[in-house]
Design a protein around this ligand. Structure first.
Ligand code: BES
Ligand code: MN
Ligand code: ZN
Length: 481
């Protein structure tokens, strides 16, 4: 991640390899008008052109980025990252995107830090091979540079972006290198002493009646875990419980997936990654809110020990569940995590999960679904997502879903939708059975958690870290900070 600083320098005098210059209209073009016109710069939002500054600025190269007349925070996040991407071969940039206030400064810093992410842990470093240059420093140009609120905003951006980036690392890690015990280790390493950690192994899970997590994990040679992270400041104004789906690899189990659908299933712990990264970030920000995060970690594998379709699991809540499809494993591990969360009587529960392919069909690859048992709380989650710059959209838990989840002929609940419609809604209706009367929101991040296409804006290829920014923003709002 580049080090981001602030300066009151003018764009023309800032020292850097590349000047990233936001252009809102004719006025910003100034002396560059002729050059920009000749380069085919139309001003369409997000367009970038790169050219030598020819002495007009101290930086030898200019990247002009088109901005709307009044850019939103999200416009600026994206513009900063677009500018960075176009600044090939540079190691330092000066960023003149005309932030209107401190929130905009924060957004620019986030865009730079999120947009410079690369995952290179598994690239061999050939001796003597030239390393691709990396941007190590970025200076944001703004008249607010000397205000403490601006410095604080830049610090906040660094904490949040680091959280998103570590969640990306965890998602990108190959599944064989993040089996349940490994993932627990990686989470613990990251948490350090900032939060309290407790880990339940398979024996403890059995003692605690976590039949959902055990049922999903029992087919794997690497047994499941439940990891709890607690951040408790001195005078918390509220208690937020987070629950994350942490399937380190989803083969589907005995209801095995076709090969092609399995290819990206290392992503299936992205929910756990998001709640853990967000909790640690909330602790580092020192927000006055208690946060308890439950990471429900298992590997979903077929084997002679695996749960079979037709089996009945007894969950932490005491309810029994008839399994119809072992590939609908996420709701089973989450059910135990949600029940545990509800037992502690928090003010709110949010779960984050790569839960259903149906949600990707409904909302596409870049929008998460938001469902729950409390419209007011759902609105607050959606508002947090909007300011954080994460695309989320509400879906209902339609009334008929209640009858479907209770339609097992031999158990209390049916795990899998008997109908081929409304898969996301059914899954949420199933989860609702475990949260009691605590206001709860469920984020289905199956689409946005992993970018199978090319990098765009500040979104890299692979793990995206989606959910982290919304959770931190929500905790900020709930804590009145
Ligand atoms: N992990 C998958 C959901 C998923 C699909 C995430 C695509 C990201 C991209 C989940 O465990 C799953 O397999 N869901 C099934 C549920 C079905 C069997 C009811 C699905 O969506 O097909
Ligand atoms: Mn599955
Ligand atoms: Zn899954």
């Amino acid at each position: 991640m580049p080090t981001v600083t602030l300066s009151t320098s003018k764009p023309t005098t800032a020292r850097a390899d590349v000047l990233i210059l936001g252009i809102r209209g004719d006025e910003d073009k100034a002396e560059l008008a002729a050059t920009l016109d000749l380069m085919g710069f139309t001003g369409e939002k997000g367009q970038t052109v790169r050219f030598p500054s020819g002495g007009l600025a101290k930086a030898p190269v200019v990247v002009a980025v088109a901005l709307p007349e009044e850019p939103t925070a999200e416009d600026l996040r994206r513009a900063a990252a677009k500018g960075l991407r176009a600044a090939t071969n540079a190691t330092s940039v000066a960023v003149a995107l005309h932030p209107a206030g401190v929130d905009e400064v924060e957004a620019i810093a986030e865009g730079l830090e999120l947009g410079s992410y690369r995952y290179e842990a598994y690239k061999s470093t050939k001796k003597g091979a030239a390393k691709k240059p990396e941007i190590t420093s970025a200076v944001i140009l703004t008249p607010f540079a000397r205000q403490t609120t601006a410095t604080k905003a830049v610090e906040r951006a660094a904490t949040v972006a680091a959280a998103v980036n570590v969640a990306r690392d965890w998602v990108n890690t190959p599944p064989g290198d993040k089996r349940p015990a490994d993932l627990v280790e990686a989470f613990s390493q990251h948490a350090g002493n900032d939060v309290k950690i407790s880990v339940w192994d398979e024996k403890r899970l059995a003692k605690e009646s976590c039949g959902g997590i055990l049922g999903v994990g029992q087919g794997s040679d690497s047994p499941p875990r439940l990891m709890t992270l607690t951040y408790e400041p001195a005078k918390p104004v509220s208690h937020l419980a987070l629950v994350g789906k942490g399937i380190t690899f989803d083969s589907g189990g005995l209801s095995i997936k076709p090969g092609a659908s399995m290819q990206t299933m290392k992503l299936d712990m992205a929910g756990a990654a998001a709640v853990v990264a967000a909790t640690v970030a909330i602790a580092r920000l020192g927000l006055p809110i208690k946060v308890t995060a439950y990471a429900c970690i298992a590997e979903n594998m077929p084997s002679g020990r695996a749960t079979r379709p037709g089996d009945v699991l007894t969950m932490r809540s005491g309810s029994t569940v008839e399994v119809h499809n072992t590939d609908a494993e996420g709701r089973l591990v989450l059910a135990d995590g949600l029940a545990l969360a509800a037992e502690s009587k928090p003010d709110h529960i949010v779960d984050v999960a790569t839960l259903t392919g149906a949600c990707v069909v409904a909302l596409g690859q870049h929008t998460s679904g938001v469902l729950g048992n409390d419209d007011g709380f759902g609105e607050r989650v959606l508002a947090a997502a909007k300011t954080a710059g994460e695309s989320m959209w509400p879906l209902p838990i339609a009334e008929e879903m209640k009858g479907l989840v209770t339609s097992s002929s031999i158990a209390d609940l049916r795990q899998h939708n008997p109908k081929p419609y409304g898969g996301t809604l059914f899954a949420a209706a199933f989860l609702r059975e475990f949260v009691g009367d605590v206001p709860w929101a469920h984020l289905d991040i199956a689409g946005p958690s992993f970018n199978e296409g090319g990098a765009f804006d500040y979104t890299p290829v692979g793990g995206t870290g989606t959910g982290v920014r919304t959770l931190v923003k929500l905790a900020t709002e709930l804590s009145g900070s």
